[in-house]
Design a protein around this ligand. Structure first.
Ligand code: GUN
Ligand code: FE
Length: 426
């Protein structure tokens, strides 16, 4: 039996999205599973492996539900563009470079290293259309111990020749071969179906992905209702659908039994679309930084939370410009305030606790039971030294946590585990 306990200043959220604070407490882990938080170490845990982290902060690891690994090399550039122009000028040319495995190795090494050292413990990732580079990324990620889904991207129409897959048949066959070869290959990394978005995927490809989904029970991710131009385009391309989500649903690629699905953005989802999202149990992934950078808009996060929809946060690199989910937390709060002031006074802003919930429990639920220090949850934990965020003021525990979220760049991660296994932070 493998048992360890960590002592520190512990924070997580409960099901009601409230911040729970445990000062000078112990969090316990047995065989990868959390046994809860205790003010005093239980008598029968005295011979477990004990680490006292003193005044350091312990939080559940973050889940990044939407990130493009093949866009990491150009983060922080291209920010004067809007979504569709940005895809043409930045995303597509960069992703095309991943046909070259040497380049892919260099670029993915940076991404994997930085993700490993971040406060993220789980992620759902877009690669590029190239199978060899996607498998390389999966191998690299698997070795880190982080729990990840990785998608080979499908795109067989409405994109430049140099990045478009040659035919629907090749796109579908490559995908099935890749899924069948990787579905049981890795301990920590799984394939996830990844049609880029409806505009770049023909009906033939979508139908084939629907078949693969049924045959292998594989998870699914894509983009949804991110930008108004994109939504109008989908309407033109799919005249038989009432709303964008139906363009995935009609191929069996929109949640439901046995098809766990993440849809990134949902900035402009209509009530009908939300109804289907709810019915099918689709996870919404909010990517506030990307939505601001490529000027798509502000998703009504409060509405989604109040409806009880499944919801998590994503960095959406390189629409987003940082891997840090702390930034996604504070951006989602700030964006909700602007939306409240400028768009809809009925939707009050998010609190930091609610955003922290989305980053941990909300997104974590896509991976099973993780994202909180409750008994029975998989133990993903991050220990943070925030001493460099010095202030002479005596802060409450709540304010110390809020400040960490806003000022995270000067803090240091000193330990991290995923499902109870330590992650190398070197
Ligand atoms: N829609 C289709 N492809 C992309 C992408 O790479 N990034 C974002 N943010 N939206 C997309
Ligand atoms: Fe994206």
């Amino acid at each position: 039996m493998n048992r360890f306990a960590w002592k520190g200043q512990i924070y997580h959220t409960n099901e009601k999205r409230e911040l729970k604070i445990f000062e000078n407490s112990w969090v316990l882990c047995e065989n990868g599973i959390c046994k809860g938080v205790f003010g005093e170490l239980p008598e029968d845990w005295k011979d477990a492996e004990l680490t006292d982290f003193g005044d350091k902060i312990i939080i559940p690891g973050f889940s990044d539900l939407h990130v493009h690994a093949a866009q990491y090399s150009y983060i922080g550039t291209g920010m004067d563009e809007e979504l569709l122009g940005w895809l043409e000028k930045y995303a597509f040319p960069e992703e095309a470079a991943f046909f070259d495995l040497e380049y892919a190795k260099k670029a993915y090494s940076c991404f994997v290293r930085d993700l490993r050292k971040s406060a993220t413990t789980r992620a759902s990732i877009f690669a590029s259309k190239h199978v060899p580079a996607t498998e390389l990324l999966m191998e690299m990620l698997d070795k880190t111990g982080l729990k990840t889904y990785v998608g080979k991207v499908n795109m067989d129409r409405n994109c430049p020749d140099y990045i478009r897959e040659e035919s629907a048949e090749i796109s579908g066959n490559d995908t099935e071969k890749w899924v069948s070869e990787t579905i049981d290959k890795f301990e920590n990394t799984k394939p996830i179906l990844t049609p880029r978005f409806t505009p770049t995927c023909s009906d033939e490809v979508m139908a084939k992905l629907g078949e693969i989904q049924k045959k292998y029970g594989v998870a699914m991710q894509s983009h949804l209702s991110e930008n108004q131009g994109e939504i109008a385009w989908v309407k033109e391309l799919c005249p038989d659908t009432e709303f964008y989500g139906e363009a995935y649903d009609k191929f069996g690629l929109f949640g439901g039994e046995n098809c766990p699905t993440i849809m990134a953005h949902c900035v402009y989802s209509s009530d009908e679309e939300l109804e289907l999202i709810e019915k099918r149990g689709v996870w919404i992934c909010l990517c506030p930084q990307s939505n601001m950078n490529v000027a798509t808009g502000i998703a009504p996060a409060r509405k989604y939370l109040e409806k009880g929809l499944k919801i998590g946060l994503g960095s959406d690199l390189a629409g987003g410009s940082t891997l840090s989910i702390f930034r996604a937390i504070t951006d989602s709060v700030v964006a909700s305030k602007l939306r409240w002031r400028l768009v809809d006074q009925n939707l009050k802003p998010l609190s930091v606790a609610e955003a922290f919930y989305m980053a941990t429990r909300g997104g974590g639920s896509f991976f099973g039971k993780t994202g909180a220090f409750e008994e029975g949850f998989e133990m993903d934990a991050v220990v943070i030294d925030d001493s460099a965020l010095y202030t002479p003021k005596k802060l409450s525990m709540h304010d110390r946590f809020e400040r960490l979220c806003y000022l995270y760049t000067d803090s240091k991660i000193v330990a991290k585990c995923v499902a109870g296994k330590m992650i190398n932070l070197e």
